[in-house]
Structure formats: C-alpha cells, structure tokens
Design a protein around this ligand. Structure first.
Ligand code: ADP
Ligand code: KDG
Length: 320
C-alpha cells in the first residue's frame, strides 16, 4: 500500500487507576496518546506503511512516546527538543464509559513543531497526507507546518485527509473556524462530527436548523470532496459527488470512547488507499471504532485484520 504521512503532537497520558476524581484516586497508569499517532498505529496494524513527524522533549516521556510508536512499526521522524518538555494529559474516569481529559501541553515540545521539521521531498513521496485540527491550533509554527505540508501535497498531487477534531481548550470557536475552515477547503477527504462541521461553515455555527446534508453541500458545492460524518453510537455517513451512504455503528459495551474516532479514521483510510467503495470503507471504519470503545486506552486496541475478523461473529455483530 502507498505510505501515509502524518504530523502532530503525542503526549504522555496518565489514566486514573479506578473510577473517581483525580482529587482522590491515588494510582494511575502511564501511557501515551496523540490523535495522529493513534491513527498511525491504527494504519500500521492494518498493514499500511506510515511516517509520523513531531517533536518530543529530551526526557523520559519523550523517549516513551518514541519507543511505543516505533514498537508499532511507525516510522517516527522526531526531533528531540532540548528546550521544552513532552506534553502530558490526565484522564479521569468519571463513570462506566465516561472519561474526562485534562491537558498540560502549553509550550510543550510537541507544540513547537515547525515547517522545517518536515524533510525535503518527503511529502511528495507519499500516497496520502493526514492532518487533524489539533495540530494547527497548537502554535503559529505548527499551523505553518500544516499549511506548508498541505501546499506541498497539493503541488505534488498527493491526496490530503483532514479530521476536524476540534479541541475547544486550544482555541475559541471563531479562531478555530478560520484556521480549520481553511484546511477543510484544501482537503480531499474530510472527517468530522456534525457539530465540528457546523463550526467550520461560516454562518452555520449557531444555527441549529442547518442539517448535515445542507452543511456538506455548503462545504463542498462542487462535489469533488469526500466528507465523512462521524456520529458516535449512531454510526457514520459518507457524502461524495451528490451521493450519501449511511452505515450504522456496532452495538458494544462501551468502556472508553476516546480514540474511537482515530481508529475509525485509520480503518477508513486503509480502505481508501485500496480504492474501496464508501460502503466498504464505512464498514471497516465502524468496526475499528467499535473495537476501540471496548478498552480503556486511546490506541492500544487498534485491530489487525485478523482481530477485525475475530471481533465480528458469523452474523457480522461483535462477539463480546
Ligand atoms: P470521535 O472520537 O472523533 O468523537 P465518534 O465518537 O463519533 O468520534 O466515534 C467514531 C466512530 O467510532 C463512530 O463513527 C463509530 O463507528 C465508533 N463508535 C463511537 N462510539 C461508539 C459506540 N458507543 N458504539 C459503537 N461504536 C462507536
Ligand atoms: O482523539 C484522541 C485524542 O484526542 C487523544 O489521544 C489526545 O491528541 C489528543 C488530543 O489532543 O486530544
């Protein structure tokens, strides 16, 4: 399969050892997480070669990030930044299937990503570039890195995928609408929830009466783009060239939905690189997303093709 290139920030992740407020829970598990490396690991497990570019601090967590993702077969081109620490997230388990994430990432090594971190000719050599709306909101230099990679991809005829992934803690809605809207317009393949797509369409932000169908027509009047709407437990839909395909989610016992969207994107892209139909891509993506919901980690449960097959029983429903 053609190689995928992605870039962004991956942080240390401390998850409370049991349900309860981190004001009281005293034990925690150490791991890592970042939307783009979650997708990269998902792709690697599905047999797609993938390169990730990012910065980590010259510290233990940074080495942990690199060891984990390299251990998953991801080609990590990381700069060890001596001047900033690796970012950190805390995940509080609030109840069954419910979690809350706190970020400690302002000024982190990952947020200092710059256009010059992307080696010459790399963008032009891959089959697809995948970005998320997290990276351009990290800093001005990370925003420039995203724009530069997208421009290089377009000039080189490389397909661009963009997951809106709006994180309200990184920027207010009006700033995000401008920055993310620009990237949506440059992408060939766009992923987002109905709410996220509403953010990036000027004028639609506060208008509850706008339907997703209207939104996607506004986003893509020419029909050249493929827009994939992620609806959590309600499944997902692909809008392309005037046609719509809807696919229901699987019914699973949810442990933690964080990372489900990234697993979904990895599944979808793996099919896209093999020129699958929208129906086939959505089926694999929904299965990858459902599998991720059944475990606590952000990426650890990303399925291999054999695991995908085992996850679904003979009737096509998850075996749990
Ligand atoms: P994000 O993590 O980006 O917010 P969603 O919550 O929409 O994304 O989830 C992405 C995909 O993961 C969904 O389209 C679906 O395939 C799967 N998924 C998410 N939540 C559930 C759930 N509760 N049950 C089954 N599948 C789910
Ligand atoms: O999509 C899951 C990600 O949100 C998580 O792994 C951490 O990259 C992350 C972020 O910035 O929220």
């Amino acid at each position: 399969a053609p190689r995928v290139l992605t870039l962004g920030e991956t942080m240390g992740l401390l998850t409370g050892g049991r349900i309860g407020s981190l004001a009281h829970v005293s034990e925690a598990h150490i791991g890592i997480g970042g939307a783009e490396t979650n997708v990269a690991v998902g792709l690697s497990r599905l047999g797609v070669p993938v390169t990730w570019i990012g910065r980590v601090g010259d510290d233990s967590l940074g080495r942990r990030v690199l060891r984990e993702i390299r251990g998953e077969g991801v080609d990590a081109r990381a700069l060890l930044d001596p001047e900033a620490a690796t970012g950190l997230m805390l995940k509080e388990l609030r109840g069954p299937g419910m979690s809350r994430v706190y970020y400690y990432r302002a000024g982190s090594a990952g947020s200092r990503l710059a256009a010059t971190d992307v080696p010459a000719d790399l963008v032009e050599s891959v089959g697809l570039v995948h970005l998320t709306g997290i990276t351009p909101l990290l800093s001005d230099s990370a925003h420039e890195a995203c724009l530069s990679v997208v421009q290089r991809a377009r000039a080189g005829g490389v397909r661009v995928s963009f997951d809106v992934n709006y994180r309200s803690t990184l920027a207010p809605a009006d700033v995000a609408a401008d920055v993310l809207g620009e990237l949506v317009r440059e992408a060939d393949l766009v992923f987002g929830s109905p709410e996220e797509l509403a953010y990036v369409v000027p004028g639609a932000v506060t208008d509850d009466s706008v339907t997703v169908d209207e939104l996607t027509r506004t986003l893509d009047p020419t029909g050249a783009r493929e827009i994939v709407v992620k609806r959590g437990a309600d499944g997902a839909s692909t809008y392309t060239q005037g046609s719509v395909v809807h696919a229901p989610a699987h019914r699973v016992d949810v442990v933690d939905t964080v990372g489900a969207g990234d697993a979904f994107v990895a599944g979808y892209l793996s099919g896209d690189l093999q020129h699958w139909s929208a129906t086939e891509k959505l089926a694999r993506a929904n299965t990858c997303g459902a599998a991720m919901c059944t475990t606590p980690g952000d990426w650890e449960a990303a399925p291999t093709p054999a695991e995908l097959e085992a996850f679904l029983g003979a009737d096509g429903d998850p075996v749990q």
